[in-house]
Design a binder for this molecule. Structure first.
Ligand SMILES: Nc1ncnc2c1ncn2[C@@H]1O[C@H](COP(=O)(O)OP(=O)(O)OP(=O)(O)O)[C@@H](O)[C@H]1O
Length: 292
């Protein structure tokens, strides 16, 4: 009995328990957040197939280890380095997308948003909103294909650079003219920043979303693609059907009317209330992004 009491005194006393500091709690929270997000990412991408493959390989390796199958183990170890590089190459698009999403994270973006030019006044004037809506539906009526990307918080500079600079005030006439068939500027996308048409003929990244309807061509895929990696609003006018669709946060809303488009543009207008949020470095928190 005495031995048992001594055991409890020696080993289950408060002194023998590891000390938990505040930093340990912080570490646990960070790790929980990271592991949860990695699991969600793995489930949402092709990486899930990779994980299943890795589990099969792990079982094989365990089997070979238990039975001491030296040749199989030797092959495993020799292939390990090449395998890691192969995985990085094959899953490069997924890794890229994950890093881009991390960069868009609500915690990170405000820290590194150096662009304070939009801190003053509204993003769009009433005329700009009305002209975008007017041009869109006139183009739709004439079944003229169009792709208009409206910038929100995240810069579209990298796509702007692929096109021809315009830097002109938005007007319905200008937009209609740009997308007119057989004119030098009609191909590609127009980028709108505030009240100005920044550039035309811009090339956008195509979405690789496999769940998109097969009837959607590259114009729609490009519109959705740019909305997956930035917080822009993309207006797509189908040349084939004359219907207007919107892409936001990687989702496509098809066949919208003028009021819906106007409200969506106005929703970009409302900037995040900077003064109510923690402003760490000349930055501003993003408005909530729309999902399906
Ligand atoms: N990556 C891209 N970036 C910008 N614009 C693009 C891109 N790919 C295609 N486009 C535009 O889309 C046009 C081709 O549209 P396509 O017919 O393939 O698309 P769609 O989605 O079926 O649209 P529509 O209903 O208008 O036919 C091109 O002429 C070009 O203007």
């Amino acid at each position: 009995m005495e031995t048992i009491i001594r055991f409890f005194k020696d080993y289950i006393s408060w002194n023998s328990l590891p000390k938990i500091r505040l930093t340990d709690f912080i570490e646990i929270l960070i790790l929980t957040f990271v592991i949860y997000n990695v699991i969600v990412w793995v489930k949402q991408t092709r990486a899930w197939i990779l994980v299943k493959g890795l589990i099969v390989l792990l079982i094989l390796w365990l089997f070979a280890s238990i039975l001491n199958l030296s040749v199989i183990l030797w092959i495993f170890y020799k292939c390990l380095n090449v395998g890691i590089i192969a995985v990085i190459i094959v899953f490069q698009p997924e890794f890229r997308k994950a890093l881009e999403q991390l960069g868009q994270n609500h915690l990170v973006t405000p820290l590194f948003n150096f662009n304070d030019s939009k801190d003053k006044g509204d993003r769009f004037s009433e005329k700009t909103v009305a002209d975008i809506v007017k041009a869109t539906f006139e183009l739709a009526k004439a079944k003229t294909g169009a792709l208009i990307v409206i910038e929100k918080e995240l810069s579209l500079m990298e796509f702007e650079k692929t096109g021809i600079a315009i830097d002109s005030l938005v007007s319905s006439q200008l937009l209609i003219n740009i997308f007119e068939h057989n004119t030098p500027l009609h191909d590609g996308a127009v980028i709108i920043k505030g009240n100005r048409v920044a550039a035309a003929t811009c090339y956008l990244p195509l979405s690789d979303n496999m769940h998109l309807s097969k009837e959607l061509g590259t114009r729609h895929r490009a519109g959705i693609g740019v909305s997956e990696i930035t917080d822009c609003l993309t207006v797509i006018v189908s040349e084939e059907t004359g219907k207007v669709s919107l892409a936001m946060g990687g989702s496509l809303i098809r066949n919208v009317d003028g009021d819906y488009l106007k409200n969506k543009i106005l929703s970009l207008q409302s900037k995040a209330p900077d003064n109510k949020k923690i402003k760490l470095w000349k930055g501003r928190s993003k408005n909530e992004r729309e999902t399906d």
